[in-house]
Write a protein that binds this ligand. Structure first.
Ligand code: NI
Length: 131
Protein backbone atom coordinates (compact mmCIF):
# COMPACT_ATOMS: atom_id res chain seq x y z
CA UNK A 1 0.00 0.00 0.00
CA UNK A 2 2.95 2.31 0.53
CA UNK A 3 3.37 5.33 2.72
CA UNK A 4 1.57 8.68 2.58
CA UNK A 5 3.37 11.83 3.66
CA UNK A 6 1.26 14.79 4.75
CA UNK A 7 1.61 18.01 6.69
CA UNK A 8 -0.84 19.29 9.27
CA UNK A 9 -1.30 22.50 11.22
CA UNK A 10 -1.79 22.21 14.97
CA UNK A 11 -1.86 24.48 17.98
CA UNK A 12 1.75 25.17 19.02
CA UNK A 13 1.27 24.31 22.71
CA UNK A 14 -0.40 21.00 21.81
CA UNK A 15 2.43 20.21 19.40
CA UNK A 16 5.07 20.96 22.04
CA UNK A 17 3.37 18.87 24.72
CA UNK A 18 2.86 15.95 22.29
CA UNK A 19 6.40 16.10 20.96
CA UNK A 20 7.99 16.18 24.42
CA UNK A 21 5.73 13.35 25.57
CA UNK A 22 6.50 11.01 22.66
CA UNK A 23 10.21 11.63 23.12
CA UNK A 24 9.89 10.23 26.65
CA UNK A 25 8.22 7.15 25.13
CA UNK A 26 11.05 6.86 22.59
CA UNK A 27 8.57 7.15 19.74
CA UNK A 28 9.20 9.09 16.57
CA UNK A 29 6.47 11.42 15.28
CA UNK A 30 5.37 9.07 12.50
CA UNK A 31 4.87 6.15 14.85
CA UNK A 32 3.10 8.28 17.46
CA UNK A 33 0.75 9.84 14.90
CA UNK A 34 -0.06 6.39 13.46
CA UNK A 35 -0.91 5.12 16.97
CA UNK A 36 -3.03 8.22 17.63
CA UNK A 37 -4.88 7.71 14.32
CA UNK A 38 -5.61 4.07 15.18
CA UNK A 39 -6.90 5.06 18.62
CA UNK A 40 -9.11 7.71 17.00
CA UNK A 41 -10.54 5.16 14.55
CA UNK A 42 -11.16 2.67 17.36
CA UNK A 43 -12.76 5.38 19.53
CA UNK A 44 -15.18 6.19 16.69
CA UNK A 45 -15.67 2.60 15.49
CA UNK A 46 -19.46 2.93 15.82
CA UNK A 47 -19.40 5.26 12.80
CA UNK A 48 -17.82 2.60 10.56
CA UNK A 49 -19.95 0.34 8.42
CA UNK A 50 -19.30 -2.92 10.29
CA UNK A 51 -21.40 -5.93 11.21
CA UNK A 52 -19.27 -7.70 13.79
CA UNK A 53 -16.87 -6.45 16.42
CA UNK A 54 -15.25 -7.57 19.64
CA UNK A 55 -13.69 -5.94 22.67
CA UNK A 56 -14.55 -4.56 26.05
CA UNK A 57 -16.79 -1.97 27.66
CA UNK A 58 -15.17 -0.56 30.79
CA UNK A 59 -17.41 1.13 33.31
CA UNK A 60 -17.06 2.80 36.69
CA UNK A 61 -20.22 3.19 38.74
CA UNK A 62 -21.68 3.48 42.21
CA UNK A 63 -22.61 -0.06 43.16
CA UNK A 64 -26.21 0.76 44.08
CA UNK A 65 -27.06 0.76 40.33
CA UNK A 66 -26.03 -2.85 39.96
CA UNK A 67 -29.60 -4.09 39.41
CA UNK A 68 -30.09 -1.99 36.24
CA UNK A 69 -26.75 -3.21 34.93
CA UNK A 70 -27.54 -6.85 35.66
CA UNK A 71 -30.89 -6.55 33.86
CA UNK A 72 -29.14 -5.04 30.83
CA UNK A 73 -26.47 -7.73 30.84
CA UNK A 74 -29.08 -10.48 30.93
CA UNK A 75 -30.95 -8.86 28.04
CA UNK A 76 -27.77 -8.49 25.93
CA UNK A 77 -26.32 -11.91 26.87
CA UNK A 78 -25.93 -12.90 23.20
CA UNK A 79 -23.19 -10.27 22.72
CA UNK A 80 -21.60 -10.55 26.20
CA UNK A 81 -18.91 -13.18 26.67
CA UNK A 82 -17.89 -12.43 30.21
CA UNK A 83 -17.90 -9.75 32.90
CA UNK A 84 -15.14 -8.93 35.35
CA UNK A 85 -16.22 -7.04 38.46
CA UNK A 86 -13.77 -5.19 40.70
CA UNK A 87 -14.82 -3.48 43.97
CA UNK A 88 -12.78 -0.26 43.81
CA UNK A 89 -13.70 1.07 47.23
CA UNK A 90 -16.68 1.21 49.64
CA UNK A 91 -19.08 2.52 46.99
CA UNK A 92 -17.45 2.36 43.54
CA UNK A 93 -17.13 -0.61 41.21
CA UNK A 94 -15.27 -1.17 37.97
CA UNK A 95 -16.69 -3.58 35.45
CA UNK A 96 -15.06 -4.89 32.30
CA UNK A 97 -17.66 -6.39 29.99
CA UNK A 98 -16.15 -8.54 27.24
CA UNK A 99 -18.30 -8.29 24.12
CA UNK A 100 -18.36 -9.91 20.71
CA UNK A 101 -20.94 -9.92 17.95
CA UNK A 102 -23.39 -7.56 16.26
CA UNK A 103 -21.91 -4.06 16.46
CA UNK A 104 -25.36 -2.40 16.50
CA UNK A 105 -26.37 -4.40 19.57
CA UNK A 106 -23.08 -3.62 21.33
CA UNK A 107 -23.50 0.11 20.61
CA UNK A 108 -27.09 -0.13 21.90
CA UNK A 109 -25.84 -1.82 25.10
CA UNK A 110 -23.18 0.87 25.55
CA UNK A 111 -25.74 3.67 25.04
CA UNK A 112 -28.14 2.09 27.55
CA UNK A 113 -25.39 1.65 30.16
CA UNK A 114 -24.66 5.40 29.83
CA UNK A 115 -28.22 6.19 30.90
CA UNK A 116 -28.11 3.98 34.02
CA UNK A 117 -28.26 5.81 37.33
CA UNK A 118 -24.86 6.09 39.04
CA UNK A 119 -22.64 5.51 36.00
CA UNK A 120 -19.55 7.66 36.43
CA UNK A 121 -17.52 6.68 33.40
CA UNK A 122 -17.79 4.41 30.38
CA UNK A 123 -15.03 3.69 27.88
CA UNK A 124 -14.73 1.14 25.14
CA UNK A 125 -11.92 -0.75 23.47
CA UNK A 126 -13.55 -2.26 20.41
CA UNK A 127 -11.84 -3.84 17.43
CA UNK A 128 -13.07 -4.95 14.07
CA UNK A 129 -13.57 -8.67 13.49
CA UNK A 130 -12.34 -9.79 10.10
CA UNK A 131 -14.67 -12.48 8.75
NI1 NI B 1 -18.45 -4.01 43.52
Amino acid sequence: MGVKRFSVSVDYELFKEFDEFIKKLSLDRSKAIQQAMRIYLSENIWEKDLRECGGALIIVYKHDVREDLIDLQHYYRDVINSTLHIHLDEENCLEIIAVKGDIKKIKELSDKIKTCRGIKQIRHAIVEIFV
